[in-house]
Design a protein around this ligand. Sequence first.
Ligand SMILES: Cc1ncc(COP(=O)(O)O)c(C=O)c1O
Length: 350
Amino acid sequence: MIIDFRSDTVTKPTPAMLEAMIKAKVGDDVFGEDPSINELEQMAAAMFGMEAAIFCASGTMTNQIAIKCHTQPGDEVICDESSHVYQYEGGGIAFNSGASVKLLPGNLGRITAEQVKNSIQPDDPHRTNSRLVCLENTSNRGGGSCYDFQEIKKIQIVCKENDLAFHLDGARLWNALVAKKSAHGVLRAGSGGETPRQYGEVFDSISICLSKSLGCPVGSLLLGKKDLIKKARRVRKVFGGGMRQAGFLAAAGIYALQNNIERLAEDHAHARKIAGAIAGKDFVNQVLPVETNIIIFELKVGMTATELVAKLKEHDILGYAISKNRVRLVLHLDISKEMTETTIQVFNQL
Ligand SMILES: Cc1ncc(COP(=O)(O)O)c(C=O)c1O
């Protein structure tokens, strides 16, 4: 039995998801005729109270389309220095949009309204043109850290006051929403809880992934106002991302939105348990706070991340060395309670 913690992208569709995919009604989506894609786009937009959505191949594509739609060449994108849009999308901000980037040193991937305000360029022809702020929630390199929604609202005010567009890389937004949900569940408001609709109210565009914690084989959605999504459809075509009978994939997305959100709490609980076992090891320097499904821990001098990953592999446990001394483990749908217990036993023996 292989226990694969390398990423939450490694999940395979369950029999029930496959059943939904096989039964999907499909058509040519470039002609707007795929009923399953249309249903998924409408469903996701409605969940966030946003006007429209577009189904794309990946989270990289939805982020890059959003950046292209919001900017002109020479504009500047403001984001945290560890952001996926900057670090892991192949230089796409420059390649696709010809835009510049202002990197901010955030706290575990989270930047503040004050930092954004201080980073806006003056109206000076020598400077770039500050145009877009991108947040990431949860933050991948921040160890699955979640934003405080009040801070997001403050950043939105700074954006409004300075005519900046506001995009959210919500590849794992569902994890944040589950971690911060009200007593009534993820989709319904309650004291202290966060809902997708609140996010839909503050951002100009949101990218959400279906292929990470939600267990779909492929797919992400970009959400926004009707005119933005119309523009996004044109950009997606230019990027070569127009899809035909992709309703089979959309059906997996519909299934995931209906069935796989609330269960993310199990992944979070598994992550906390494993992190507890890791924190006690004498070769571990620190474990980043575990708020959702990602565990990042730092090793003491004497063992490299690659060496520890190799040791874990001897026990059929797969992890990811994200730097010389940091290892990442990601919990997901295909990691059971038993696998979690086995992993804890292995760490206890190391
Ligand atoms: C925070 C974040 N944004 C975007 C992406 C890109 O998603 P994809 O792999 O579907 O392109 C990832 C992928 O892991 C991610 O972690």
